[in-house]
Design a protein around this ligand. Structure first.
Ligand code: F6P
Length: 341
């Protein structure tokens, strides 16, 4: 068989482990040929690819990023994109394509699958928000990075008696915020799924100082929002205290909490450090299992599905089921965190 692989969307620790696993299973065990497209769907659309053999994937298991490069190009957004993709798959004699990606990539995969292409998806994202799979690889690494940062920030916050608002990734869901906040013993966690009340947050942090504590750590997912009308920022670009309006929830919250509490507050934005570097052992194992199962699905002809972790098993889930809605943080999980904050 001839299999095309690509990595698309924001990168994530563990991508190379999947590529390596696909090549090992396909080339060694099935005598398949594997080619890798450069920079995601862009490589398929531009026919930019190279052969992936054992040499090509040597030594990449523990390496962050992706040896294939990535981009956010989506076939449906380009005129004739879908037809071009289909044409190249036929010209290259591909029996299957394995796109490794997050929400946007898997939506594109579903669309191409519906258009008749033989696709087996592999979900990835540090955000852990893909439905159908209990966990995505990259998440464990990102939570580890954020937790270590929070541990470190506690000591400097305490020395200066400050409130630190630590912004972690998570545009639509708060999984990284929830897990790193719980792991590091943060004093408040705000997530996109539950718009927060600034008065409640102020009381919570204020009570902590009243009780004699010297500092506080708030973890904010980047997509966290205040309840409508509860924050001071006006439409004109300035807050009611006259500060310029800042982009980003951590910056907004640090201004707001400093004014309300009379304590120094600082925003800390962890950003892409959460996506970089070597994957944890957990992520390497999950990524390797996904790669293995994706090749098996190709050989069974189980197209239009993606690999998913359910309990301890890897199962195949229809792409349609996985891209319908994001996997958000359930109230119960948030309640479990609340009681230890
Ligand atoms: O989707 C993964 C993610 O890490 C989000 O949490 C974050 O908002 C986004 O990617 C950042 O994307 P970019 O690297 O394109 O700025």
């Amino acid at each position: 068989m001839r299999i095309g692989v690509l990595t698309s969307g924001g990168d994530c620790p563990g991508l190379n482990a999947v590529i390596r696993s696909i090549v090992h299973r396909a080339v060694v065990d099935h005598s398949d040929e594997v080619i890798g497209f450069q920079d995601g769907w862009k490589g398929l659309l531009e026919c930019d690819y190279r052969k992936l053999d054992l040499d090509a994937v040597g030594g990449i298991l523990a390496r962050g990023g992706t040896i294939l490069g990535s981009s956010r190009v989506q076939p449906a957004h380009l005129r004739g994109g879908v037809q071009r993709a289909k044409g190249h798959v036929a010209d290259l004699g591909l029996d299957a394509i394995i796109p490794i990606g997050g929400e946007g990539t898997l939506k594109a995969a579903r669309m191409l699958s519906d258009a008749g292409l033989p696709i087996v998806g592999v979900p990835k994202t540090i955000d852990n928000d893909i439905a159908g799979t209990d966990v995505t690889f990259g998440f464990d690494t990102a939570v580890g990075v954020a937790t270590e940062a929070l541990d470190r920030l506690k000591t400097t916050a305490e020395s200066h008696q400050r409130v630190l608002i630590v912004e972690v990734m998570g545009r639509h869901t708060g999984w990284i915020a929830l897990h790193s906040g719980m792991a590091a013993g943060a004093h408040a966690i705000v997530v996109p799924e539950r718009p927060f009340d600034i008065d409640e947050l102020t009381v919570r942090i204020g009570d902590r100082f009243e009780a004699g504590k010297k500092f506080a750590i708030v973890v904010a997912a980047e997509g966290a929002k205040p309840r409508a009308g509860s924050m001071v920022f006006d439409e004109g670009g300035r807050d009611v205290y006259g500060h310029e309006r800042f982009a980003g929830i951590a910056r907004q919250l640090s201004v707001e909490l400093e004014e309300r509490l009379g304590k120094e507050a600082r925003p800390v934005i962890l950003g892409h450090v959460q996506r970089g570097g070597t994957p944890t052992a957990y992520d390497r194992v999950l990524a390797t299992r996904f790669g293995w199962h994706a090749v098996e699905a190709v050989h069974r002809g189980e197209f239009g599905h993606l690999t998913a972790l359910q309990g301890t098993d890897i199962r195949m889930v229809p792409l349609a089921d996985a891209v319908e809605d994001l996997k958000t943080v359930p109230d119960q999980r948030y309640a479990e965190a609340e009681c230890v904050l």
